[in-house]
Design a protein around this ligand. Structure first.
Ligand SMILES: *[C@@H]1O[C@H](CO)[C@@H](O)[C@H](O)[C@H]1NC(C)=O
Ligand SMILES: *[C@@H]1O[C@H](CO)[C@@H](O)[C@H](O)[C@H]1NC(C)=O
Ligand SMILES: *[C@@H]1O[C@H](CO)[C@@H](O)[C@H](O)[C@H]1NC(C)=O
Ligand SMILES: *[C@@H]1O[C@H](CO)[C@@H](O)[C@H](O)[C@H]1NC(C)=O
Ligand SMILES: *[C@@H]1O[C@H](CO)[C@@H](O)[C@H](O)[C@H]1NC(C)=O
Ligand SMILES: *[C@@H]1O[C@H](CO)[C@@H](O)[C@H](O)[C@H]1NC(C)=O
Ligand SMILES: *[C@@H]1O[C@H](CO)[C@@H](O)[C@H](O)[C@H]1NC(C)=O
Ligand SMILES: *[C@@H]1O[C@H](CO)[C@@H](O)[C@H](O)[C@H]1NC(C)=O
Length: 707
């Protein structure tokens, strides 16, 4: 730093001299002198020109995407960070970087670098971070290795996307002992062996994502004593046996073809905190290290199941055959013993969604005392139990949706912290009536797509004694969001939600549900979102339900019903969103529309049979600036029994409506007169021909009898 300050003050002095004795000779003399003083000042002189293409902030220079063919030569020599990504540089030769001796960070990603001369970094001894992502390092990797070897301070190296195979990789990265971070993602690596990463003793993070790795020889990571993050996602690894990376904290093996994960049996503690095995082909629950610090265990999208119920003798032994060279090693593991000897005392998040679990073994959650989120959605569970000895004190969310559950068995006294419980898409016909009462923090319950009735409050005597099948949803004092879509609800008993401060209530797709005046009584004040979609509601049914005053209702979904007119009660609702799609509305009452428009921001109206001649409400909608009609282009109306887009109703249509009206009016006016005249004519005619009448009638009847 002091040297820097000295030089700049010297230059300032010279600058003043130039301005004061402004002669051509003097100027050139001084400049020459200056160049001799400091060989780089000509670079400074042309700085403005070269910086046209780059931007400088402090000691960082950014020259991204400027079509540079080589490293610019004229940048300030004090540059510490040089961003040259997305240019077209092909080679880094011995001179390219020789003047930038203070360089710590160099980004060359997204160029076409294929040659880095062996002496390229001879003068960049303090370079720490080198990004060579997306280049062609594969073409001259031998020389590149020689160049990299001279970087004695290099801690971060990105070689991703360089078409490197395992032999090239081995050669390039071997013995780069200072590296702490190395990315080899998106290359052509198929095998890893101990030699590949030899000597990387300080490596903390290694990214091998998106290669073609199908084999990792044992001992490959053994020398990497500092390794804490290892990413092997998107490879072709078929199994992990004898896993013994004690030091690794984060391991990502997602998107492989792992069928089996087997940790070494050992009393040594593993540091592992995050294990991502999602999107593999696991058949068994992984056999995890006995002593571990796992917090996050991701096992979704596998084929896992438990098989103990298929084998009557409790020894569910599995034999693993390992073939190493010409030696075959058979290991026998008793899956049961293993699963239950595993403690996961720190596990907070367990994702087992999208597997094939039919059941969970008795006491499965016993060792998971810190669990806060449990994902079991999209399995084949028929039954879910929590036992007294599985006290999930910290459990906040359970997702059991999309299983085949018909029974729930919660013989625990309380789930103190649970706030989200998703049971949708199951086959539940009953739930223990005290189920939700055991969850004092419960905010969200999704019971949609089951066949569960809702209990009345208070429960009738006969129901209280027997095992009730309905869900008791009253007096859950934390409950805000309740989803009961498609539960085959026929009715909602009185006081069903009393004492539960619901803000969201979804009752959609309960076709034929009968609303009662009392249905919403208890939640009318708190409710902000109400869906009555696809309930087969006619206007009069809706009128009953809307008798109470919803003072906070913001969203009302009435789509897919049989509503023919807007109920005047809608006038009093502070709605922001109203969905009226797919009803039988022919017009909207002007006064209701006017009141709604005071708060409404979004309205859906398509799929109705509006009358083109009664569109008086339409201009007030489209002239309200704050209102959005997302389906505006799909709103149609009927004119002379053909459909037309409301928006494209032209002047001629309006005229034709008027013409029709006037014709009708004149017709109605003239009708009595015409009738009078007709009657008189008929009477005169009859009186003139009174003798003809009986004959005529006889003739008519006579012909009739012939049949
Ligand atoms: C670059 O430097 C290395 C040694 O530092 C030397 O072997 C090589 O010949 C040099 N190449 C050029 C083109 O100067
Ligand atoms: C790495 O170091 C070892 C021992 O120091 C040496 O035998 C080997 O040749 C080196 N590898 C490379 C690619 O330089
Ligand atoms: C593992 O890698 C995949 C693919 O890159 C990524 O989507 C996932 O988030 C990673 N897992 C963790 C726990 O970071
Ligand atoms: C297991 O035992 C039960 C009765 O204890 C029997 O019904 C069942 O068939 C047996 N299953 C197998 C796979 O042996
Ligand atoms: C296994 O291969 C080694 C050489 O690779 C050989 O010496 C040994 O005899 C072989 N063992 C058997 C059982 O074939
Ligand atoms: C076979 O596996 C066992 C248990 O993992 C191990 O102790 C033994 O060394 C292995 N033998 C061979 C030849 O790999
Ligand atoms: C419950 O799960 C289903 C299916 O997985 C999902 O569609 C729904 O949004 C979830 N419910 C809530 C309230 O998050
Ligand atoms: C609108 O037109 C369709 C199709 O011709 C017809 O089925 C429907 O009854 C008409 N509705 C009204 C209200 O005129």
């Amino acid at each position: 730093m002091p040297a820097d300050c000295g030089r700049s003050s010297l230059r300032q002095g010279v600058g003043i001299t130039v301005r004061m004795e402004l002669t051509g000779l003097c100027l050139s003399l001084i400049l020459t002198a200056l160049m001799m003083l400091d060989g780089r000042s000509n670079a400074e002189g042309s700085l403005l020109r070269s910086l046209e293409n780059c931007t400088m902030v402090g000691t960082a220079i950014a020259c991204q995407g400027r079509r540079w063919h080589q490293v610019p030569m004229n940048l300030p020599i004090k540059t510490e960070e040089l961003l040259l990504n997305e240019n077209v540089i092909k080679a880094i030769n011995n001179e390219s970087l020789s003047m930038y001796r203070r360089l710590r960070t160099l980004n060359l990603s997204g160029n076409q670098v294929e040659l880095i001369q062996s002496g390229a970094f001879d003068h960049n001894r303090i370079l720490e971070d080198l990004n060579l992502k997306n280049n062609r390092i594969d073409l001259n990797y031998l020389e590149t290795h020689l160049a990299l070897r001279t970087l004695s301070a290099l801690t971060r190296l990105d070689l991703s996307g360089n078409r490197l195979n395992e032999d090239m990789t081995t050669y390039i990265v071997q013995n780069l002992t200072t590296l702490e971070y190395l990315s080899l993602a998106r290359n052509f690596i198929m095998r890893l062996e101990p030699a590949t990463l030899h000597g990387l003793v300080h490596l903390r993070e290694l990214n091998l994502e998106n290669n073609y790795i199908f084999e990792i020889e044992s001992g490959t990571f053994e020398g990497l004593r500092s390794l804490t993050r290892l990413n092997l996602a998107h490879n072709h690894i078929p199994c992990i046996v004898d896993f013994s990376l004690y030091q690794v904290k984060t391991l990502n093996i997602s998107h492989n073809v792992v069928e089996l994960f087997l940790a070494r049996e050992s009393e040594t503690e593993f540091e592992l905190e995050t294990l991502d095995l999602s999107r593999n082909k696991l058949l068994f629950f992984p056999l995890l290290p006995k002593r571990n610090k796992l917090k996050l265990l991701l096992l979704s999208d596998n084929e896992m199941n438990f098989y103990g119920d298929l084998m009557n003798d409790s020894s569910a032994e599995v034999h693993f055959i390992q073939i190493v060279g010409n030696v075959t090693n058979i290991t026998s593991v008793n899956l049961w013993d293993e699963v239950f000897s595993v403690n996961l005392p720190d596990l907070g998040f367990l994702d087992m969604s999208r597997n094939s679990f039919r059941y969970l073994p008795h006491g499965f959650f016993r060792g998971m005392t810190s669990l806060s989120a449990l994902q079991l959605n999209q399995n084949c569970l028929k039954m879910f139990s929590l036992m007294e000895e599985e006290p999930l004190f910290f459990l906040q969310t359970i997702d059991l949706s999309q299983n085949r559950l018909s029974h729930l068995n919660f013989s625990i006294s309380r789930l103190e912290k649970l706030n989200y419980f998703n049971l949708s898409f199951n086959k539940l016909e009953s739930v223990p009536s005290d189920l939700f009462a055991k969850m004092p923090r419960l905010v969200t319950v999704d019971l949609s797509h089951n066949n569960v009735a809702v209990c009345a409050y208070p429960l009738g005597n006969e129901k209280r004694s027997s095992n009730t099948s309905c869900a008791m949803l009253a007096y859950i004092k934390s409950l805000k969001r309740l989803y009961l879509s498609n539960c085959e609800l026929v009715t909602l008993p009185a006081n069903a939600f009393v004492g539960s401060p619901l803000t969201h209530l979804d009752l959609s797709s309960n076709t034929g549900i009968r609303l009662q005046a009392s249905t919403f009584q208890d939640v009318a004040k708190s409710l902000q979102f109400l869906s009555l979609r696809n309930n087969g509601l006619a206007s009069n049914q809706l009128d009953i339900g809307l008798q109470v005053t919803f003072s906070n209702l913001k969203t009302l979904d009435l789509s897919e019903n049989c509503i023919t007119s807007l109920h005047p009660a809608l006038k009093n609702l502070p709605l922001k969103l109203l969905d009226l799609r797919k009803n039988q509305l022919s017009t909207l009452q002007r006064d209701v529309v006017q009141s709604l428009l005071q708060s409404l921001r979004i309205v859906f109206l398509s799929g109705n049979a509006f009358d083109c001649c009664q569109l008086h409400w339409w201009p007030s909608l489209i002239n309200t600036k704050s209102l959005i009609i997302p389906d505006r282009s799909e709103i149609t109306c009927n004119i002379s029994s053909k459909l037309d887009h409301v928006d494209s109703i032209s002047q001629s249509t309006k005229i034709s409506c008027q013409v029709d009206n006037t014709v009708l009016k004149y017709f109605l006016l003239l009708l009595p007169t015409v009738l009078c005249i007709l009657t008189v004519c008929v009477m005169v005619f009859l009186s003139l021909n009174s003798k003809l009448l009986p004959k005529y009638v006889k003739a008519k009847c006579g012909t009739g009898t012939e049949y």
